[in-house]
Design a protein around this ligand. Structure first.
Ligand SMILES: *Cc1c(COP(=O)(O)O)cnc(C)c1O
Length: 398
């Protein structure tokens, strides 16, 4: 189906809000979510433990209902994706398997100014493996406000066979820059390193082609552009070529071969594919909102969601340039190849002016968010943002 107009009517807009430009932080609630959640509460009330086998969506197989939608939004095969845990927990699970440092090859390359949780996870993994983050963590600084793909590739090549892992964002949370996943992956593989991606700000925003990118693994959360509610069940991708992975992993019964799981035997026989990294039985009440969101995305070609986000950000850039070029700097790359639905703005007059502008926006019901030291982030999620939102942003700034 063609995404010719926004799905705004299918979402709740918070009270008093005129333009919700914060979907990069917490997506709006789809109106259908409440009923989906109640359906599972009702199934629990009506069936008790039998809910695992009865009703429209037996809980026993509940996480599998997310597979089709996840494969759609990630551009992955169904066997490569799984809904589970939280983003940071999944990052740990996959680094446990795919970050296997050795003496001489223990370095991890991340971007300078990365999201704190990712950095904490990486440092603790380096330590768990008996290495020193001060030595093995490399934080790459961009030559300008944002990176060129070439300088990332050059840095990977320069560190060469000392690199064990390149962990890179799909979209950088602070600047809104989108990265070329396939090229970064190819550069990592060329030096024998693993390529992992944090897609927190990319999933539901960009038309990802994760399988074709050859990335080894990826993780994401589902409360930003996937609109599944605060702390929603996150996801993990493991490329098909690792489907029969036999290396180190943290195991739990839900990752065990489905056919023999309930024999409760002592030996772990991992399910092929991303499912093999599951630990626990699926949190049904938490997954219900994710299924609603994924069903929304499944109605459209993901490239159309991306295109609407790009068109709206392009209008916002044009209007900001026209009215405020002297005062407001757009940090996000202007080339649609290097951004999604987010724009990061900075007041040229400094941090205090930035705070004033940010508070003015809030007072006018235009909701973005503030990232220290001096950045206003706004986003136009392709699914529900509208041209009106751009106008309201400009009105509030005027
Ligand atoms: C939002 C976000 C997180 C959040 O981590 P949780 O485990 O979901 O709390 C982590 N990393 C990045 C890059 C993010 O954008």
């Amino acid at each position: 189906m063609h995404l010719s107009k926004s799905l705004r009517d299918e979402f709740h807009l918070p009270t008093g809000v005129r333009a919700y430009l914060c979907g990069n932080s917490l997506g709006l609630q789809p109106k259908a979510t409440r009923a989906a959640l109640l359906e599972e509460l009702d199934a629990w009330a009506a069936y008790g433990v039998e809910g695992h086998f009865r009703g429209d969506k037996p809980w026993m197989y509940y996480h599998e209902l997310a597979r089709k939608g996840l494969s759609h939004v990630l551009g992955a095969k169904e066997s490569e994706v799984v809904a589970m845990n939280s983003l940071t927990a999944n990052l740990h699970l996959l680094m446990t398997s795919f970050y296997r440092p050795s003496r001489g090859r223990a370095k991890v390359l991340i971007e300078a100014g990365s999201f704190s949780s990712d950095r904490h996870a990486v440092c603790s993994q380096i330590q768990l493996n008996g290495f020193d983050p001060k030595v093995e963590l490399i934080e790459l600084h961009p030559s300008g406000a944002t990176f060129s793909t070439a300088e990332i590739i050059e840095a990977i090549a320069a560190h060469g066979d000392s690199l064990a892992l390149v962990l890179w964002p799909g979209v950088q949370y602070r600047t809104g820059q989108a990265f070329e996943i396939a090229k970064i992956t190819a550069a990592a593989h060329a030096v024998g390193a693993v390529a992992g991606f944090d897609l927190a700000h990319a999933v539901g925003n960009l038309a990802l082609q994760l399988h074709d990118s050859e990335a080894d693994f990826a993780v994401w959360c589902s409360y930003k552009y996937l609109n599944s509610g605060a702390g929603a069940v996150a996801g993990a991708f493991v490329h098909e070529r690792h489907a029969h992975f036999s290396g180190r992993r943290l195991a739990g019964w839900w990752g065990h071969n489905e056919k023999t799981r309930f024999q409760m035997g002592p030996d772990f026989d991992p399910t092929a594919g991303a499912d093999g990294w599951q630990l626990s039985n699926p949190p049904v009440l938490a997954l219900a909102p994710l299924l609603v969101s994924l069903a929304q995305f499944l109605r459209f070609d993901i490239a159309q969601v991306q295109a609407r986000g790009h068109a709206l950000t392009a209008s916002a850039i044009a209007e900001l340039d026209q009215a405020h070029a002297g005062q407001i700097e757009v940090l996000t790359p202007r080339d649609p190849l290097h951004r999604g639905a987010q724009l990061s703005l900075r007041m040229r007059a400094g941090r205090d002016a930035g705070r004033v502008a940010f508070e003015r926006l809030s007072a006018h019901g235009v909701i973005g968010d503030w990232r220290e030291p001096d950045i206003i982030r706004i986003a136009f999620p392709g699914l529900y943002a509208e041209l009106q939102d751009v106008h309201r942003l400009l009105e509030a700034l005027a």
